[in-house]
Design a protein around this ligand. Structure first.
Ligand SMILES: [Ca+2]
Ligand SMILES: [Ca+2]
Length: 134
């Protein structure tokens, strides 16, 4: 292959890879927007890696989210995708799955069984929250 042609082929392949990666990131972000919150864990909510390159490394919550048509609802909120004893809705701070979170961040990761909500019970949390809402 001639040097100039070889260089052009490399540039085209590089640009195709960049465009493909940008498309993947964009689609993942649109999936995240279907969830009530995704600020703290972002990609790790659904993937085993914080920088996934494809949709193949889904964790338990990512698989359930995909099976649910990438929709957040009461069915997905009531599941315990990572088997840690806390329903996905409690971990994401939207227990009934109506899409309205209690706070603007996740209590814990519904895709990581080693990551659970802190030990403050709901009653105590409600009292603390009301102090800041008045
Ligand atoms: Ca869980
Ligand atoms: Ca968890």
């Amino acid at each position: 292959m001639r040097p100039k042609l070889k260089r052009n082929v490399i540039i085209v392949l590089f640009l195709a890879a960049v465009i493909s990666a940008a498309g993947t990131l964009k689609s993942n972000e649109s999936y995240m927007r279907s969830l009530p919150v995704y600020r703290r864990y972002k990609c790790l909510l659904c993937h085993k890696s914080s920088a996934p390159v494809s949709g193949q490394d889904l964790n338990g919550f990512g698989s359930d989210f995909k099976k649910n048509g990438y929709a957040w609802d009461g069915t997905l909120a009531s599941k315990d995708s990572d088997g840690d004893g806390y329903p996905n809705g409690d971990e994401l701070g939207d227990g009934n799955g109506d899409g309205i979170p209690d706070v603007g961040f996740e209590y814990s990761n519904p895709g990581d069984r080693m990551n659970v909500p802190n030990s403050i019970d709901r009653g105590t949390w409600g009292i603390l929250k009301s102090l800041f809402e008045e």
